[in-house]
Structures are given as C-alpha cells and as structure tokens.
Design a protein. Structure first.
Ligand SMILES: [Mn+2]
Ligand SMILES: [Mn+2]
Ligand SMILES: [Zn+2]
Ligand SMILES: [Zn+2]
Lengths: 139, 139
DNA sequence: AGCTTAATGCAAATGCGTATCATATTCATC
DNA sequence: GATGAATATGATACGCATTTGCATTAAGCT
C-alpha cells in the first residue's frame, strides 16, 4: 500500500494521487496487458473513477521513464507503449493476428549486437528489436 | 532514363513527373544519405528546381512502399525514413552522435530470430532491429 | 485532339504528444 | 493542525509529422 509511496520518494518524486494511481495501474496490470499506451492508462484511470487529466498521464509517464520506473517502447503502432521496468532487459514479439505482445530475451542476440557495433567502431548504447509474428497454425 | 518509367509501370503506377523525380532522387542518393525523410526528399526536389507539393511526396512514398520500391523505417527520430528497397534484407545502426545510419546484416541474428519465434509457436513474418550506437572514442 | 480517370497541390484536418498558465496540492516549518 | 513556498495538476492551446478533401491538372487510351 505504502509501497508505491516509497517507490515515488526513492525516485525523488512528490507523492501525489495521480502518480500513485498510475503506478498502481501499471503494477497491477496482468501479463497480457503489461504494455500500455498513455491512452490505455488514462482509460484505466477513468474506469477506476479517478479524475486525472490526460496531460498529467503523459507527464507522469515521462517522469517515470526518466526515473527508470517504466520503460517506453515505440512499436510501429504510431504511439508509445509503457511498461513497468523489469530488472532484466527483454525484447518483444508482436502477434500480427491477435496483437498480443510476448516478451523474450536471448543472450546470443544481445552479445552479437555488441560485437557488430564494435566491429564497426561503435559502442552499443541501446537497441530496439521487435519480431512480428503469426500463429504457426494460422494462414 | 526510361528505366524509372518502366519501374513505375511495373508497379502499376502511372508515370508522372513527381513520381519519376522522387524515384530518381532516391536512386541517385549516395550511400551516406540512402535513408531520407519525406522532408529530405522534398528539399531535394526543390533544389532540383521541381515544384512538387509535400503532400505528394508523402503520398508517393507511401505508394512506393506499397509497391515494394522503397522501404520505410521508423527510427526513434520521430519521423519516417525511406530508402530504395534492396534485394537483400539488412538492419540498421544509428549513431547517436552524428545521426549517420549504417547498414549491416548478420545471419546469426536472423536465424536466431526465426528460432525464437518458432519456440514460442509462432512464424516469423517480419522484424525490426535498430542498434543505437556512439563512436567508441566519444565520451 | 478529346475524354475519362487518376494524380497533384494547396489548405485544412488529424493525432499524438508537449507547453502554458491559473489553480490546487504537497509537505516542510511553525 | 495551520501556514506558506514550491511543485503538481488540469484545461486548453500549441507543435509537428502526416493525412485528407477538393478543385484543378495531367496521364494515357481511342
Ligand atoms: Mn516488455
Ligand atoms: Mn537501409
Ligand atoms: Zn534486446
Ligand atoms: Zn534483420
């Protein structure tokens, strides 16, 4: 309950109602909907009966990102998706049929990326890998 | 000269001046500037003395993409980048210092991606891999 | 050349995200 | 617990890349 409060304080953010609520929504999202757009979060807030402005949702999500509480993804959907940051890095697989987002992580690929950057005289700072897939049975 | 005309016809597109010009600009771009935004193409047109509307540039680029003549990339720069489609697939490395775009292709990563999708019961349809890097010497 | 249809250019409309600013809230201090 | 300075919020205006509506123009077939 006070867990969110502490997390916000640790991030150097004032404990406000919108921030607590947004954090709760992101943390309580089930695996299938871990990845939410600002609109998604906004709608969830409204359904919880909270009266928070969309501008605040955007602001808070950006603050959370800066604080390392959430991670922002730019899938090809045109709008940013956010998820509670995990301790370990992972990449994503998006099903073109259902839209579901599956997380995975492959050390081989991770390592190879570092090598490739190095071979070109660069240092790997970040990367974005998204697999677009379809159920094997589908036609 | 008539090469562009044929390419447009093959794509099922009417041969118009804007389309020819845009195709020429993309095809004649040197390796360092293969990847252009709609604005980039628009500016290049103006400098060639052509009077083409920006809306037309956007429309034509989208048509070229549909026809498989160009490939669209959504790097984290905020705007789409286009390049003449090559026969072989490749991925990109974007230098965060200079903005330069380097192409690479790694069969190991390509194969691993296919495996990962399969292991999750999916078929790999497409993927997007972008490495964000910095010159190794930079601080 | 004439005609039908698609393409173009301009301007207005979108849509996601950010900036502004007056008001409300937090929280350190009394 | 009240007070007040600093910060956060919400409504709205704005910015920017891209799209769309529509009157005009150009392509291409006869
Ligand atoms: Mn994730
Ligand atoms: Mn390329
Ligand atoms: Zn990764
Ligand atoms: Zn690839």
């Amino acid at each position: 309950m006070a867990a969110e409060n502490q997390e916000l304080r640790n991030a150097g953010l004032k404990v406000t109602l919108p921030r607590i609520k947004i954090l709760q929504i992101l943390e309580s999202a089930d695996p299938g909907s871990r990845h939410m757009s600002a609109e998604d979060v906004y709608r969830a807030l409204l359904q919880s009966g909270e009266d928070v402005g969309l501008a605040t949702v955007y602001r808070v999500l950006t603050q959370f990102e800066t604080a390392g509480i959430v991670t922002r993804h730019n899938f090809e959907t045109g709008h940013s998706m956010f998820e509670i940051a995990k301790d370990d890095h992972h990449d994503h697989m998006v099903c073109l049929s259902s839209g579901e987002v599956i997380e995975f992580s492959d050390s081989l690929i991770e390592e190879r990326q570092r090598q490739i950057a190095q071979e070109h005289g660069f240092e790997l700072i970040d990367h974005s890998l998204v697999l677009y897939v379809r159920k094997s049975s589908d036609d």
